[in-house]
Design a binder for this molecule. Sequence first.
Ligand code: FES
Length: 238
Amino acid sequence: MDRREFVEGCTLGAGALAATLGSAAWASTARARSYGRVLLVDELGSPLKASSLKAQTNYVFHYPFEATPVFLLDLGKPAATTQLVTRDKQAYSWPGGVGPSRSLVAYSAICAHKLVYPTKDLSFISFRKGAVVNPQTPSKGDDLIHCCADHSQYDPARGAQVLGGPAEQPLCAVLIEHDPKADTLTATGTLGGELFDDFFKKYDMKLSLEVGPNARKAVATRSTVRELDRFCRNTVRC
Ligand code: FES
């Protein structure tokens, strides 16, 4: 991708992963990608305090580009390291949640199936507390991210692993750091199957209308976190 500051980071947990998966399980390993360090701020522009987040509530910010949305969640429970694989058979070790309870996680909000994403007008994809009651597409568990477009279900406590539906890989993880002293959060990069090139290709015209000429510009130093219900006028619940 042209504009990203592409620096391949260290391979997370490669040794443990190899031990878990065996010697010839996968062709290659997905590496963390470092983008700029971006401080998460509240709607007033002040550094967001992680402790101010409501548990099991959808928050949205944009990273690593001005037009690429990310879900920020306090799951209300610890999220442990999880071994995952992209659709291209690249294995990776999602490092788990951050913060004092390891409950804070962030994922690209671009569905890994057909790239549905939350806009200011409409969102088909969101975290749902508890189980989703839908006779046609029963919930594969509690507290999942559901995409109502074609009913893909992702487990945010396990690296956004796919539990149901047509998606072929987990949501791309956004790596965040928690500063225990300041209680702030900083986005630093991504891990897993990025779909940004496909996203910009598919929605080129739409994004230029929604976001303007800076749609593909890297977020510089700060990104505003909003509750999904404040960011988006209509959140579809399937
Ligand atoms: S776009 Fe999300 S399940 Fe199809």
